[in-house]
Design a protein around this ligand. Structure first.
Ligand code: UTP
Length: 288
């Protein structure tokens, strides 16, 4: 039987250079999609999948993320004095249980692989989920919950993938796959394949279930593309020893680390909100 996925890692130490100047003093993970920080949407996804412990790999200037997942006594007292009980309850609902969060620092932004490696002591010797907080997955079933269902059937390692146009495959990590008893076994992983050489149009979307052996590989991983320690390089090594599966996410994905993805996320999630959608739709129809 597969070991239970109890912990999730959220790497939030990146510099967010694609979203400057917004990210000069504000972490990109704290930018809001409608009225929730991006990181809160992603933590909600992990909670919906039954994750019990939330591990944040932070860096300089990211302390506000820790504050966001903490109690704010002055605010709570003021809300209570003003009778704003609905708001108070909503804040309490979002708060992880005491002792269920860990924060560790990536002292220099050496790449995603290095950020994941920084969580090794907190994760220990168990499989874990990894969620890239700037990739918002929005569908009927939360992405990680679907992955955990699949993981419980076949174990191993898993990455979520989505279809991208053939002309764009050179911008993504791409998986080649084959059917294996109804599951999609990964036959190949390539980071940003040259145009015309891609094994498929299934791009890695930023959700992973990984076995703890990834940490030993990351420990000695050489720097790859962009001079950074790349997670994909370490996964390619792990795939030579362990099963790796792809999980096709059936929903919309917004890359909130990019201005256009962030704007689209706000628009689409805003349109779906019962309290905002009708008014927003009207305002769009009246645009001059
Ligand atoms: P990105 O490459 O999208 O984030 O990494 P970035 O480096 O912040 O973005 P740009 O390219 O400069 O705009 C995906 C995730 O991995 C984290 C980021 O915070 C982001 O959530 N990350 C990346 C780290 O935690 N450490 C790193 O060294 C790199």
């Amino acid at each position: 039987m597969s070991r239970k996925i109890r912990k999730a890692v959220f790497p939030v130490a990146g510099l967010g250079t694609r979203f400057l100047p917004a990210t000069k003093a504000v972490p990109k993970e704290m930018l809001t999609v409608v009225d929730r920080p991006v990181i809160q949407h992603v933590v909600d996804e992990a909670r919906a999948a039954g994750i019990e412990h939330f591990v944040f790999v932070t860096g300089r200037g990211k302390a506000v993320i820790e504050d966001h997942f903490d109690m704010n006594f002055e605010l709570d007292r003021t809300l209570s004095e003003r009778g704003k009980l609905k708001e108070l309850e909503a804040l309490a609902r979002d708060l992880p249980e005491a002792g269920r969060t860990s924060f560790t620092r990536q002292q220099a932004p050496l790449g995603l692989g290095h950020a994941v490696w920084c969580a090794r002591d907190i994760i220990g010797d168990e499989p874990f989920a990894l969620l890239l907080p700037d990739m918002l997955h929005h569908g009927k079933q939360p992405c990680l919950a679907g992955m955990i269902d699949a993981y419980e059937r076949h174990g191993g390692n898993l990455v979520a993938v989505y279809e991208v146009p053939d002309s764009d495959t050179h911008q993504y990590g791409i998986c080649g796959v084959k059917d294996q008893n109804g599951a999609l076994a990964i036959t190949q992983m390539v980071e940003k394949p040259k145009q015309g050489t891609s094994p498929s149009n299934l791009a890695i979307s930023g959700r992973y279930i990984l076995q703890p052996e990834i940490f030993n590989i990351l420990e000695t991983q050489e720097r790859g593309a962009g001079g950074e320690i790349q997670l994909t390089d370490a996964m390619i090594t792990l795939a030579q020893k362990q099963d790796f599966y792809a999980h096709i996410f059936d929903g919309a994905i917004y890359d909130c680390g990019m201005k256009i993805g962030f704007l689209m996320a706000n628009l689409m999630l805003g349109l779906e909100r019962p309290d905002l959608g009708p008014e927003l739709r009207k305002a769009i129809a009246n645009l001059k």
